[in-house]
Design a protein around this ligand. Structure first.
Ligand code: KG4
Ligand code: ZN
Length: 335
């Protein structure tokens, strides 16, 4: 049995997890420096990097202990770590730590693309799922549709041409004074508002599978300024309706084009209640299985990195100790 430690430090979460090749999550620890960033309306790279330096060793130790492993000699088959995309100063902390652990435990190092990691969240809960899959990967930095033939075999078939969906949530929340990150408070508030209060355009209604969210954010701000009487809950509900409508419209278009056994969602925005409900409905109407991961596996975590690392390790894709971080590593460039 192979056992892999995963380390994730691409943004504000310092995370470590142990996963085995039965796709079982033996432990998953996530610490976040989010409280230090709230006042700034976004993640401050220098603060995130410093927090990772302080947290990485205790978080790794906690993950090993929770998995019942010896923290001095855990007997791991590999150490997997996110090496991009993300904040360079944050990525380097995790990568340096992973190299040190790999060297001292004499375990191979496996570098993992953060977005590929997100694609493993559904697999961790349904190891025997049927392929192929269409996955809507929606996070703070990325929005894409991915056609997956199997683990590690994926093709990006649609992508945002400007902002990511999560970025739009964060910007609208900031404008509404709801703080950072914006997804959870907008999601909550939307439940109390009228989704038809503001007539907002659904962008990108063409035949392609690409997305655009910068226009939607501007439309919300313009419409909100025209009608200052509008309740924040109505603004949130109207925005959420338009955002989810764009995402699901493209998912349906992709399902018309690709023959798949299931649809999945992944990334922080996959925690959104309206999107989760809509994707389940779409799957039912297309007669495919919906893979909607639990909330803790949608947002950044190291279990998904350990899982991706495990799959790469089993294909012999190990890295040298001279591996470098790439803050702009595209999913399409993952080998
Ligand atoms: O995947 P993630 O944790 O980090 C990145 O890799 O970017 O995604 C974070 C993003 C943020 O933009 C946050 O506002 C959004 O996910 N998010 C949500 C929800 N929970 C988190 N967006 C909409 N609804 C939510 N419930
Ligand atoms: Zn992420």
């Amino acid at each position: 049995m192979s056992v892999v430690l995963g380390i994730e430090t691409s943004c504000d979460e310092t995370a470590a997890a142990v996963v085995d090749d039965g796709w079982r999550v033996r432990s998953s620890i996530v610490e976040s420096s989010i409280d230090q960033h709230r006042d700034f309306g976004g993640v401050v790279p220098e603060l995130a990097g410093r927090a990772h330096v302080a947290m990485i060793a205790p978080v790794v130790r906690a993950a090993l202990e929770a998995a019942g492993l010896d923290v001095e000699r855990p007997g791991l088959d590999a150490v997997a770590v996110t090496s991009g995309p993300g904040l360079i100063g944050s990525l380097l902390v995790g990568l340096a730590a992973a190299k040190a652990y790999a060297l001292s435990w004499d375990a191979p190092l496996v570098t993992v693309n953060h977005l590929e990691g997100h694609l493993y969240a559904p697999l961790l809960e349904r190891p025997g799922l049927a392929w192929p899959l269409l996955t809507l990967l929606v996070s703070g930095g990325h929005t894409m549709l991915v056609y997956q033939r199997g683990p590690g075999d994926h093709e990006v078939v649609g992508e945002t041409i400007d902002d990511a969906a999560g970025e739009a949530y964060d910007k609208v929340a900031r404008w509404l004074g709801l703080g950072y990150p914006g997804g959870p408070p907008i999601d909550r508030l939307a439940g109390e508002g009228d989704p038809n209060a503001l007539a907002l355009p659904v962008s990108m209604t063409g035949d392609d599978l690409d997305f655009s969210f910068s226009g939607l954010k501007s439309a919300v701000v313009r419409a909100g300024e025209r009608r200052p009487d509008l309740a924040p809950a109505d603004v949130a509900a109207s925005f959420q309706r338009a955002a989810v409508e764009q995402l699901t419209r493209k998912l349906r278009r992709a399902l018309d084009r690709y023959e798949v056994a299931g649809v999945a969602i992944a990334g922080g925005v996959a925690a959104n209640s309206a999107l989760r409900a809509a994707v389940r409905e779409i799957a039912t109407s297309y007669g495919v299985v919906a893979h909607v991961p639990s909330l803790a596996l949608c947002t950044d975590n190291a279990a998904m990195i350990a899982a991706a690392g495990l799959a790469r390790f089993s294909r012999g894709l190990v890295s040298g100790l001279d591996a470098s971080a790439d803050p702009n590593w595209a999913l399409a460039d993952v080998l």
